[in-house]
Write a new protein. Sequence first.
Length: 386
Amino acid sequence: MAIIALVNIGMIVTGDIKQPLSKATTMVVQDGKIAKIGNADILAGYKIEKTIDVVGMTVTPGLIDSHVHPVIGDYTPRQKTQDYLDSAVHGGVTTFISAGEPHFPGRPKDPAGTKALAILVHKSFKNLRSSGLKVHGGAVILEKGLVEADFAEMAKEGVWLVGEVGLGSVKKPEDAAPMVNWAKKYGMKIAMHTGGTSIPGSSTVTADDVIAVQPTVVSHVNGGPTAISPEEVEKLINTTDLALEIVQCGNPKIAALTVRKLAEKDALDRVIFGNDSPSGTGIIPLGILRTISFIASMSDVPAEKVIAMATGNTARVFGLETGLIAEGKEADLVIMDAPMGSIGSNALEALEAGDLPAVALVMVDGIIKVTKSRNTPPSERNYSVK
């Protein structure tokens, strides 16, 4: 694998919400990882095989979508759409985390079937890297009849996600809590549906339900698409330390309130972003960028910290080795800039103005996967590769 240098970087957004900006201008990528970050003098110790001149644009970690509902392969029967995941890569998303596969045609709901589906989808997506995308699939949907041995078996086969609690037949906290404890015992991360009923078969979930179950992530705290009340949001903020997920396919008013209340408590590290797509709302390839733009332009939170909500925060919650621009981390990177015609002079100013940035290049595991986004506006500047 080629040793790659990124030079003349205008700004690095680290993904670390505590230290979101770096003044470094140069980065070295080797063996799919970020090997070195600094200024031009760091290149002396490397035999550089490829140089990307960023020409003053902004480099961010690859974005993470914390809430997708895939099936198998890059197709969704929910909206009858092919290549929707690949399309999101053109919006800077390099990692996707399943919140369950409820749209699988004829989805089995017995214990053996639901367990087999989770294992199958997990292993299928491990092999699907067509455009470099990383899909963490196989989020088991909790169904009545599952026992601890089933979680042990799934974990042994690599399954590490539990889909939104409430999507299956297990809906009541007293039924879900034992299964959640088994899942945690075997190292799994748990999402929990929050808010009004989203589709037939799901259920309305309150703050008290979430507090009783104690999942890893409060899925779509701003509704999927119907939100809990502001008072319920504040209860979750003030009485738990759970990660609160804001989704594009949700309630924008509650999204803004959640960020504002967490900012007051200096607890923005609890916010993560997802699309909650495919859904009845549709498929939004630029959904994560749109959520970043909305929060950055409609709050007092700087854009670099908002980007961290869609990168480093999510990586920490799910234990991923991506989402941060730091030495040793996976080289999932996005070069972005102000789009042509924006009042912003760079990607961060464009986001704070409410514009979508131009995605100029996407790299996954040190390999360039997108050389020009087919979905965002073009950038003001053009990088070069030598």
